[in-house]
Design a protein around this ligand. Structure first.
Ligand code: GLP
Length: 235
């Protein structure tokens, strides 16, 4: 097992480190980047946006998307990626699950095919307070590929800060599965803030169990973790 933990002062420093890892991967020949949403990767995307990195020959594949939101909905992950990264650093091709398509079987087939034909070189991940990665909630099988997810109440509540009320948060999402994520050649997990301290301890030092989806990362051969001091405080 090769786990590298980098502890930084704050989320800004974490973003710079994260961007550096992207640059190194690109220099080492990475072609396909697995991307994530949420507040965690934002400073990494800012640092990338401010850098001279060029993704115009790269492919991006996002982890997940809400079901029922169109790409132009400001709460969709399509929109998030556009505003936070793609407007500054366009990729040759960017994939996000088609949340607008309610035919789950079709979306799942398409997305699994995209991942198979574009094996991910570097996958960036945030972590939910219950240990979810992507939208893989506790109990998701480790061998899962792309699937439709019923979001847990705690995830809906946590994400409701981006909506005007919890009722507006979609109840379902499409997400890459745990096996899809583990298939990435290199994984970069980021967590910042005191609210992530307990789950970081459970995920990195606790038992590997489907009850804590991120604990599977302990079994990945090339994992880098960037934490600020608060998120690392329980280790
Ligand atoms: C959402 C996303 C995850 C993300 C998590 C944590 O549920 N689907 O990919 O890691 O939230 O969000 P944040 O980074 O805002 O703490």
């Amino acid at each position: 097992i090769k786990m590298r933990i980098i502890i930084v002062k704050n989320i800004e420093a974490g973003g710079k480190k994260g961007a550096q890892i992207f640059s190194e991967a690109l220099a080492n020949g990475a072609k396909v980047f697995g991307l994530a949403t949420g507040s965690t990767p934002v400073t990494t995307y800012q640092a990338l946006a401010a850098s001279d990195i060029d993704f115009s020959n790269s492919v991006s594949i996002n982890l997940d998307e809400y079901v029922g939101l169109t790409p132009d909905n400001s709460q969709s992950y399509h929109y998030f990626m556009q505003k936070n990264l793609f407007d500054f650093k366009p990729f040759k091709k960017s994939y996000v699950p088609d949340g607008n398509n309610l035919d789950a079987a079709e979306v799942i087939d398409q997305y699994n095919h995209i991942i198979e034909t574009n094996p991910i070189d570097l996958q960036i991940l945030g972590i939910g307070q219950n240990g979810h990665i992507g939208f893989n909630e506790p109990g998701t099988p480790f061998d899962s590929e792309t699937h439709e997810v019923a979001l847990s109440q705690s995830t809906i509540n946590a994400n409701s800060r981006f909506f005007s009320s919890p009722e507006e948060v979609p109840q379902k999402a499409y997400s890459m599965g745990i096996a899809s994520i583990m298939g990435a050649k290199q994984i970069l997990l980021e967590a910042f803030g005191e609210k992530k301290a307990q789950i970081i301890k459970d995920a990195l030092q606790g038992p590997v169990t489907e009850d804590v989806p991120a604990s599977v990362l302990q079994q990945h051969p090339d994992l880098t973790v960037i934490l600020d001091e608060a998120a690392a405080s329980q280790l």
